[in-house]
Design a protein. Sequence first.
Length: 77
Amino acid sequence: MSLVAVLAEMPDLLERTISEHAPDHLGQCRECRDSSGVSAPWPCVMREMADEASDIRRGGLPGTYGGRHRPLRSVRA
C-alpha cells in the first residue's frame, strides 16, 4: 500500500498535511526545509501526495492524479 493510499484513509492527518505544506510569501513550502534551512519549491512532494490523497477521498483512482513532480508520459495518437 502506498503512502498516498494510507494518507487518504486518515482525514485528520491529511488535512493537517495540506495546511502545513502551504506556500510561504516566496512561493516555497513552509514545512519542507533541508538541514541548512533551505525550503523546497512549492508544491513540495509531500503536498502533491496529500493532494492525490484528497483526490482519492473524492472518488479518484490511485495513481491517476497528475502533479508537477509526476513524470510526463508520451501520448500516442
